[in-house]
Design a protein around this ligand. Sequence first.
Ligand SMILES: Cc1cc2nc3c(=O)[nH]c(=O)nc-3n(C[C@H](O)[C@H](O)[C@H](O)COP(=O)(O)OP(=O)(O)OC[C@H]3O[C@@H](n4cnc5c(N)ncnc54)[C@H](O)[C@@H]3O)c2cc1C
Length: 498
Amino acid sequence: MDYDAIVIGAGNGGLTASAALARKGMQVLLLERHNIPGGCATSFCRGRFEFEVALHQLSGLGTPEQPGPLRMTLDSLGVMENLEFVEITDLYSVHMPDGFHASFKPDKNQIIAELKEKFPHENEGIDGFFDLVYKYAGDMIGAFIFRDPEPSREKYPNMYRYAFKNAKAVLDDFFKDPRLKAVISVYWGYLGISADQMAFAYLAMILFQFIEFKPYHVKGGSQALSNAILNSFFTAGGRARFNCGAQRILTEDNQVRGVVTDDGDIVEAPYVVANISPVETYTNLIDKNLIPDNTLQEMNSRTLSNSAFSMFIGFDCEPEALNIAESTNFLMSSTDITRTNHDRMNRIDIQDELLVMSCYDVSDSSFSPPGTCQVNLVTLKYGDPWLDIPPGRYHEVKFRCAESMLCRMEEIYPEIRQHIEEIDVATPLTHMRYLGHPAGSVYGFEHRTRDSLFFQPGRHSPVKGLCFAGGWTGDGGFEPTLRSGVAAAKSILKQTNK
Ligand SMILES: Cc1cc2nc3c(=O)[nH]c(=O)nc-3n(C[C@H](O)[C@H](O)[C@H](O)COP(=O)(O)OP(=O)(O)OC[C@H]3O[C@@H](n4cnc5c(N)ncnc54)[C@H](O)[C@@H]3O)c2cc1C
């Protein structure tokens, strides 16, 4: 055999899997189709700006005194000392067209106080809701994170009680004011699932995580994180080929034998970690006859997550000149938290969608060149409608959507247009091109309540030696995908007794 393991894809999951395997002495080859590591966790340059592609807020890091799960993962890969993290001092702000604005710090007491000031008629519910969020998170940590071998309803009453309840149902139990419900559940704009279809677990855990472990950014952007993990991999003796994907996975007697690269080389190894979708793997990379019907049926029962429409804007001034005071901003045009709002992700045009606007320079003034700042303006969109656009009309449609999005931002920040120095736009087709995922999905399979964290596809495959890492195995987002690679590596090391 040429290698002990081959990792397909250098996204978060592929990078951490590669580094974790190499650091245990495995001979590993990492294959990446793009010319840089990171997948979503990359950057690109336009003019004097280096634009962040994906990371708005990093979860799960915590502080050295109160380390979160991600800090421990990165520590185990020896990359912490090569990275500098910037704590984002605000949790998020919401802006509505009627002038409503609320801003929250990542601090439970401050959030409760701010909400009570804005919604005094809901005082009691606000206390009760956050009490539940914390109790629920406590149960999840005990049962899930620490993997209690004998979880029970008695030990984890909140987890059992709310496991299959959607976030809207829980919000309805506590509150009457639709605006308050929309403000508290606005992180659905990250998760891509409206509150009535999202398991309460996701809302509870994202609030708890960001409040307790604080939201972070990485100095140098997420590309710096990807580079640091790749360096750890190289230092441990790993080898990587960029601009060279995996075209086929070779098997013999239902056991992995290696891969055929895009260059046509045959590379042998008994283990393959796929940081790509099972959809692509089972339909294009491996002999489909090897995959049992129930695996394919299970996969077909899931839906693909959304992709994204993003604008990367470099301004010739600092955030204050644009009146941007917070790093993370949700621009809302409706208090609808149901699937009606969700379904807007299925149309091409951008009108009253929920927008996320991050200005990294608010927390890190050195993020962009002196005297400038950059903004990442995103709304989540499904990829399928974009596949129907005739190629000749693509640019017209893309710029029409970008113009609508810019107008939305202008409603809140009227000075922006005259300060734009660089601008670029990514559509679901851009994500499809650079990630290679079906319909440009950025979070793997969708996590509606029925498919939520209790029913995740997991990393295992029916082919011996093949496993998955990254967003397609469970939750999307930096923290889960980075951790999923280490988990995949551990399962291989266990099989090889290393
Ligand atoms: C716009 C946007 C904003 C986001 N914001 C946040 C945020 O604020 N916080 C957060 O936690 N998460 C955020 N995310 C989500 C997060 O970025 C992703 O969940 C995570 O990076 C996905 O990692 P992954 O391991 O699944 O790999 P991916 O990033 O999906 O990478 C897969 C890699 O596989 C490669 N590949 C594909 N096919 C092949 C092949 N055949 N051979 C070789 N290589 C191949 C691709 O080129 C790619 O590099 C955001 C994502 C996007 C797109």
